[in-house]
Design a protein around this ligand. Structure first.
Ligand SMILES: NC(=O)c1ccc[n+]([C@@H]2O[C@H](COP(=O)([O-])OP(=O)(O)OC[C@H]3O[C@@H](n4cnc5c(N)ncnc54)[C@H](O)[C@@H]3O)[C@@H](O)[C@H]2O)c1
Ligand SMILES: [Zn+2]
Length: 350
């Protein structure tokens, strides 16, 4: 089969690989639709070190091709979503409620990290009964593929925020993760949602998903404006959906005492991410900092799919570009450089 791989730092291309085979609890999925994640670009730039011949991708839906002897919930022909994160459910971290950290920190992240990812004609899913979910009739592959990562991550950012009904939320960066955090905050009952970004199309989408106000970081003092919008009180929850020290620090600054800073962004630079001492209440303002890695699992994916089935959220307007599988190299370059206003490129497999 054909697979789209990382060939070294900064290098990608196609490779021929054997179709994977399932262990007793696993499944092999024939990919139908995928999305490129900003994290795939980080990987190619060396975020997880140099890799040779590692298949990229962790956001994909498809058709079950083959299952292991112990798989009970799925059979060949089923239309399924596989979470981007495929934990080991028997692990102690999973038992403690942190399945994304199963095995080790970030250990639930297997696709395109500790094994081949989903940008191949076929891909392997461990613990299929626990890590796949059936896509209900009426939900398209194009929508379902947002469950894997963007909805699960963005919604978790809002869930981690413990947003009180009617509470105020600021979301730093309106990429797909931030946009789904806006949608998640709305679903969680926020009364005021402030989105921070400078790109018009992303600002527009944020309004569609529930932002009441937009702060343009390229023109305004973000902290001053958010404080003004909240009558000087600050927000109950600030979501960092970018991975920049500046945005993280602004999130700490605009969060009111007792509030939550919910981090989803990947902090790829430097040894330390600094906390602004005074706005942190010199360590005593009861501001909670929470972090997350996208949750996976069948139950989680089923809940995401239910949101789609009910029509509460339509993620497909985030698909700004569509590419065929054999055009992945171009799609990757566009996603990496964020060309032509790209937000999410959809990959269509044959
Ligand atoms: N925690 C997880 O499990 C998880 C999962 C997926 C992605 N991520 C990470 O989430 C982050 C966001 O990914 P994405 O694809 O949504 O992002 P993206 O790259 O598409 O969008 C980033 C946005 O940030 C805006 N921006 C730049 N500087 C800003 C600033 N100072 N303040 C506010 N906005 C600013 C840009 O205009 C752009 O719209 C990345 O770091 C990605 O690696 C984390
Ligand atoms: Zn991702």
């Amino acid at each position: 089969m054909k697979a789209f791989v990382m060939k070294g730092i900064g290098k990608v291309g196609f490779a021929d690989k054997p179709i994977p085979t399932p262990g007793p609890n696993d499944a092999i999925i024939k990919a139908t639709r995928g999305l490129i994640c900003t994290s795939d670009a980080h990987t190619v730039h060396g975020a997880i070190g140099p890799r040779e011949n590692l298949t990229l991708g962790h956001e994909a839906v498809g058709i079950v091709h083959q299952v292991g002897a112990e798989v009970r919930q799925f059979k060949p022909g089923d239309r399924v979503v596989a979470g981007a994160i495929t934990p080991d459910w028997g692990d102690l971290a999973s038992q403690a409620g942190f399945s994304s950290q199963s095995g080790a920190a970030l250990g639930g992240w297997k696709f395109a990290n500790i094994k081949d990812g989903t940008f191949a004609e076929f891909f392997h899913v461990n613990d299929a009964d626990a890590n796949l979910a059936a896509i209900p009739a009426g939900v398209s592959d194009e929508a379902a593929v947002y469950c894997c990562d963007m909805m699960s991550t963005g919604f978790k950012a809002a869930e981690n925020g413990d947003i009180p009904i009617g509470g105020a939320v600021a979301v730093f960066a309106l990429g797909a993760v931030g946009l789904m955090a806006v949608a998640g905050a709305r679903l969680r009952g926020a009364g005021l949602i402030i989105g921070v970004d400078a790109v018009a199309k992303r600002q527009e989408l944020a309004r569609v998903y529930g932002a009441d106000a937009i702060v343009d970081f390229s023109r305004e003092d973000v902290v001053a404006r958010i404080m003004q919008l909240t009558d000087g009180r600050g927000v109950d929850c600030a979501i960092e959906a970018l991975g920049s020290e500046e945005a993280f620090q602004n999130a700490v600054k605009v969060t009111k005492p007792g509030g939550v800073i919910s981090n989803a962004g990947y902090h790829g630079k430097g040894e330390v991410v600094g906390i602004p001492r005074l706005e942190w209440g010199v360590g005593m303002a009861e501001k909670t900092i929470r972090t997350l890695l996208c949750p996976g699992g069948r139950l989680r994916m089923e809940r995401m799919l239910r949101i789609l089935k009910s029509g509460r959220i339509d993620p497909t307007p985030m698909t700004t570009h569509v590419f065929k599988f054999d055009q992945l190299e171009r799609a990757f370059e566009m996603m990496d450089k964020k060309l032509d206003g790209i937000i999410k490129p959809l990959i269509v497999f044959a």
